[in-house]
Design a protein around this ligand. Structure first.
Ligand code: PGA
Length: 233
């Protein structure tokens, strides 16, 4: 089954590092294409200031055929007087196709509410951007409760057990898959991906589960080499 691999760089990297990453990744993708060995969908979510740069690189290079651009957050408001917020309109022209919404770090450090997250998802869907809503097992019900059924159906969910974020070991795959099945049964989202310490060594037990549509990858996406090793699975 074709999996979705989403790189979340969070607030890491400066311009030079982004350029280097893109160059390395482009070489990697060229090798995959030459070997005809690549069968995944990849999304790169850089910090906002680098959206234009990454977008341009992707447009210029044919090796980025199954690679798409995403953002790590988006305004809950349309274009207008909302100082500091990045609206869907601001992103027009960069070919942004995905947005991570309601990451646990946004909920924790920026105090985002369930309603704000639901508004952001509406903004995404109104602007043809695929929302990837992050949720945790403990608060799952509240996190879904602000979404209409038709919105749930169109939303990709990233199940991210908070205590496994930013480490080296994932939640045991059988436990994670149990939660993912529950999410699918109760809320019928578009698809569910797993996030939390996914790296080239930890990913294997998840790969043969069809319920796991892909992965949200933080730390291990910061180096093009380790991200490359993950996405060839
Ligand atoms: P991690 O981060 O891969 O470093 O655990 C995942 C995330 O927070 O999206």
């Amino acid at each position: 089954m074709k999996k979705l691999f989403v790189a979340n760089w969070k607030s890491n990297k400066n311009r030079e590092e982004v350029e280097k990453w893109m160059d390395k990744f482009s070489e990697f993708m060229a090798r995959q294409q030459a070997a005809d060995s690549f069968n995944s969908t990849v999304v790169i979510c850089p910090p906002m200031p680098f959206v234009e740069l990454v977008s341009k690189k992707m447009k210029d290079e044919s090796v980025f055929k199954n690679v798409f651009l995403g953002v790590q957050d988006m305004s809950q408001f349309p274009a207008g007087s909302y100082t500091g917020a990045v609206s869907a309109r601001n992103l027009e022209g960069f070919n942004v196709q995905y947005a991570i919404i309601g990451h646990s770090e946004r909920r924790k450090y920026f105090h985002e509410t369930h309603q704000e997250i639901a508004n952001k998802i509406d903004q995404c869907l109104e602007n043809s951007i695929q929302p990837i809503m992050c949720i945790d097992a403990d608060q799952m019900h509240e996190q879904f409760s602000h979404l209409a059924d038709d919105v749930k159906k169109k939303t990709t969910v990233a199940y991210e057990p908070i205590k496994y974020i930013g480490g080296t070991e994932t939640q045991p795959a059988d436990e994670a898959v149990r939660v993912i099945r529950e999410i699918i049964d109760r809320y019928s989202p578009k698809q569910v991906i797993y996030g939390g310490s996914v790296n080239p060594d930890s990913i294997a037990p998840f790969l043969h589960h069809d319920e796991v549509a892909g992965f949200l990858i933080g730390g291990a996406s910061l180096k093009a080499e380790s991200f490359g090793e993950i996405i060839i699975n």
